[in-house]
Design a protein around this ligand. Sequence first.
Ligand code: FMN
Length: 348
Amino acid sequence: MPEQVPLFLAPMSGVTDVAYRLLAREAGADFTSTEFTAASGLSRQDAKSWAKVETHERESPFIPQIFGGIEDEMVETARLLSKNADTIDLNFGCPAPKVTKTCAGAAMMADPDNLIYMVSRCIEASESPVSVKMRLGANQNALTVLEIAERCAQLGVLRICVHGRTLAQKYRGVADWDMIRKVVEVVEPYGVPVIANGDIVDSRSAASCLEITGAAGLMIGRGAIGDPCIFGRIKSELGWVDFEAPWGNENEAGQKHWAWNRYVELVDEIGGPYAARNMKQHAISFTKGLPGGRELRPHLHAIKDFRLIGEPLNIALEAFSQRRHNTLIVPEAIEAAATASEAGGWRR
Ligand SMILES: Cc1cc2nc3c(=O)[nH]c(=O)nc-3n(C[C@H](O)[C@H](O)[C@H](O)COP(=O)(O)O)c2cc1C
């Protein structure tokens, strides 16, 4: 069994809202960070951008992630955020064209000097430590990660997270854990922890990734969408004993049932206009992989007031977890969704 390392919920736009981050922590994640937020919006005091970097007193450490291609905006944003943040995470991994066309995100991997200058200025301006999240490079012919990771380590970043794909790959192919191992080796003399990311979906892949990379931590993205209990499962399956599952001995459907209801509670607790903004997407994700999920999804999609989505999914997950249904479809859940979809849309 590999030795215990911290588990990170990957920053994911449209997924890692405050409630989901708190949920992931209760479900076993050790670190969470906000979705990436544009320095252009934050440095201009745009309210919607600031809503994306909201936190909660139980989220400690608080790690907002920012991206941008304009150095002065990144530096100003790091300065502003660092007053309340424990770490500022800089994104050099996003492959979305709307980000890379402004030479931000993973596009910066093609220009190491520029990236390093940006990191050094952010470190200088920030009152809290700075971490970086990067890909392997722009493409297979330009694997800049070793140079960039070493230079970031020399600058004194707090940690380096590496998603084992290039910008050109987007999410295709397989994450290259051997390359992450090389990053671990190159950075080792500086004592900066490297967090491995890409294709960790269960305790087996977590153990193999650790064995291959020798990383100081693991970051999980897609595997935690609709399944935040993945963190606790990995910990208990690998014998990392510090975690007591709040869902007891529940099966996977039971874990989802626990997680969904806890998510709804957390959204309620947090309140405000933005807390529930990803609720519908989360609800859809929670149905993935469940028997009857495909039949339920269109009914959930039809619900306009996303605060009403909690109950139908609760009914379905409860039925699946207790195996009350000998058919794969839960008619009460579909009925509840149909009733909810007749209600009007949500108004701010
Ligand atoms: C829906 C979605 C949104 C994402 N948003 C971000 C983001 O805001 N910041 C970031 O650094 N990476 C983002 N990523 C990339 C993930 O953090 C992670 O690096 C990637 O999914 C690989 O890990 P995985 O194989 O565990 O999913 C996103 C990925 C997905 C699927």
